[in-house]
Design a protein around this ligand. Sequence first.
Ligand code: IMP
Ligand code: ZN
Length: 355
Amino acid sequence: MDLLTYCKRLPKIELHAHLTGSLSDATVLQLLEVKREQLGEHHLPDSAEVTIRQGHNRSLEECFKVFGILHYLSDSLEAVENITRNVIQEFAADNVWYLELRTTPKHIPGKMTKKQYMDTVLKVVRSEMEHNKITVRLLLSVDRSRGVEDAHTTLALAKHYRVSTEYKDLVCGLDVSGNPHVGSLLDYIPVLEEAKKCGLKLAVHLAEVPNEDEVQAILNAGLVDRIGHGTFLHPGSGGTQDHLTVVRNKLIPLEICLSSNVKSGTVKTVEQHHFARWKELKHPLIICTDDKGVFCTTLSEEYYLCAKTFSLPEEDIQDLCLQAVEATFMNQKEKTILRQTVQNELKSLQGKLLM
Ligand code: IMP
Ligand code: ZN
């Protein structure tokens, strides 16, 4: 098998995927069509505004404008249902066996409450798991640009699901994301502390842009289970030795999003990505898409890009799949089952990669 085919065949685990950022071109076109029927041609964004074609880049600020457009296009419960269904089916078609999807609960006056938004997402997750070979779990996203009060309502909702009979098995934690240039993570520490007390796992976007104080405070608080990006943590990539030591000692996995970082310009080239520095240290690293729609990628392509750029031998590629299993927010029993099935599949692929 050639490398790309091999990466497509790998049993993959996706741990960092934002629902709205994962919308494919086909889904964006469907949403545009619905809006066109409702509103006519006026003021509709062009679909080219919404995705990043192969070889094109967008700054982080421009990406956040794109999220705004995507939110506008998916501002009904019917749209939320469709986007959730499409995104799960697309990950399943890419041979993703386990998906931790994250999304910001949205309150749109007159259209949906945060609970209605999440109930809709969860209902679709449940039904898609019955029809596809994929296990899905949810992280509720706290958007750092929306303020602490908003974060508390998201936490309250996550707590509600944790004790609900219907969805407690599907909601596993919180994500903290949003524009890293807006607000301060320090303000969110009490929310994270409370979340942790309630048994919620925490994945936090950290050091996506340089911000030493924030990194220091979050690492000192000792609450984070996985780090999103961690671009400016390693002293070789603009971080400090102290940060490196804490993250290494606690073996906090890093969610690595190669295309996202390069296309949004926080990392210059894939070759210069911090993946290489952390890999040298044998640190747990998880290959993820971040926003497969906005950055025009798939998880298979991210594995391919990583393996090709860093000349990874087959053993290392397979090891990335297994590291991802260990970093999931599943309980030990579920993890054991997933590990076993992934290992069996990896074994059946062994030796089939033509280097
Ligand atoms: P949603 O939460 O399903 O609406 O997914 C889109 C949201 O994810 C955006 O509005 C951001 O808050 C967040 N997001 C997506 N990509 C990034 C990123 O690279 N950095 C920080 N936040 C992100
Ligand atoms: Zn992200």
